[in-house]
Structure formats: C-alpha cells, structure tokens
Design a protein around this ligand. Structure first.
Ligand SMILES: C[S@@+](CC[C@H](N)C(=O)[O-])C[C@H]1O[C@@H](n2cnc3c(N)ncnc32)[C@H](O)[C@@H]1O
Length: 189
C-alpha cells in the first residue's frame, strides 16, 4: 500500500515538474515567434468574435480563413454559424497546441475546421470567401498587397481593432470594446 502511494506521489511530482519545465519555455518561444512574424497571441473576447462572424454573413460551402488563428475560437464560431470550411494558420506553438486540444475536446464540433502551424504570409488564400484577422497595423500594411493580388474581388476581409491604411471599409462596427472593420476586396485596375 505504501509503495503504491509513493509511486503515485512520485509520478505526480514528475508530471508537475515536467509540465512546468515545458510550459514556460513553450510560452516564451511562442511569444518570440508571434512577435517576430506578426501580432502576439492575445485572444479576442467572445462577443467580438461573434460580431465578426455575424458581419461575414456566411453562406454554406464558403471557405473562410483566420490569419493567426490562436486557440481557434473564430474557426469554431464560424463553423457553428454556417456549414463553411474554416482554415486557420498559426505560427506559435502555444496557441497552436491550445487549438489542437480544443479540436480534440470538441470532436463533434470540429467538422470543417483545419488548422496548420504555418506562416500565413506564405499561404495561398485565393479560395477565400472571407478572411478574418486580428493583427498589428505593421502586419496589415504587408498583407494589403497580398490580399489585392491574391483574393478575388468582393472577398470579405474582417479586421478586429486595427484598420488598413488607405483602404476604406465597407462598414465598421464600433459597438464593442474594439472596432471591427469589414472590407471588400476591390476590382484590380
Ligand atoms: C492577436 S492574436 C489573435 C488570435 C485569434 N485570431 C483570436 O482572434 O483570438 C494573433 C495571432 O497571430 C499569430 N501570428 C502572428 N503572425 C503570424 C504569421 N505570420 N503566421 C501565422 N500566425 C501568426 C500569433 O501567434 C497569434 O496567435
């Protein structure tokens, strides 16, 4: 009996030690990666996520992207609101693991969701009907040219908190903590 208790105690302490020795380095590396490639992992509040998805007016069969998908909350909300395919790109390990755990926990809800640990700057977004993002202005500046060359005219780009310079939103929602900007990709001249 005592031996079993000692073994359980030993394994518990080992797991706690392992958890902390991995948790902080993973969080630190993730922070550095997020900051290097774009915005750090700061998840959006659920009311903003819901409003963004409502503004997208999703239709069955559409493909949507979240660029820097964090723990996947936009992807889940989008697939709950319509029968769409939702694809997330996330560069940092920590939010990517959180998203994988969320997908695993919600096995029945994950239909239509894919998430890849990749840099969204290097992905082809041409099949998008809607692109969601919560990134810093310096990232939006770089993404604007990619969007104009890659996305079909009329594709919706929905940005939380930060606006694209010199690009007029089709509509703006200012009813929540952060503004949400909806853009329609213009026809190329
Ligand atoms: C502000 S968070 C937004 C998270 C999530 N979309 C949400 O709304 O809750 C930005 C995320 O983008 C990720 N990210 C930044 N640059 C990236 C890049 N170039 N490719 C993929 N992910 C990136 C970060 O790691 C971070 O998780």
């Amino acid at each position: 009996m005592i031996i079993i208790a000692v073994v359980i105690l030993y394994l518990t302490l080992l797991s706690i030690g392992l958890f902390f020795s991995l948790y902080f380095p993973i969080r630190m590396i993730s922070l550095l990666m997020s900051d290097h490639y774009g915005a750090p992992f700061v998840p959006l509040e659920e009311d903003i996520v819901s409003r963004m998805v409502d503004m997208a007016e999703l239709k069955p069969g559409q493909k949507v992207y979240d660029l820097g998908s964090g723990d996947g909350r936009i992807l889940f909300r989008a697939t709950r609101s319509a029968d769409v395919t939702a694809c997330g790109y996330e560069i940092a390990i920590y939010p990517y693991i959180l998203c994988r755990l969320r997908l695993w926990r919600n096995r029945t809800l994950r239909k239509g969701i894919t998430v890849e640990r990749k840099n969204f700057f290097h992905q082809d977004l041409s099949s998008a009907a809607v692109v969601f993002l919560y990134q810093q202005p310096k990232v939006l500046l770089k993404l604007r040219d990619k969007f104009l060359s890659e996305l079909k005219p009329g594709t919706k780009v929905i940005s939380a908190r930060f606006a694209f310079d010199a690009w007029n939103p089709a509509s703006t929602d200012r009813s929540l903590k952060y503004p949400i900007y909806l853009y329609l990709v213009p026809q190329q001249a």
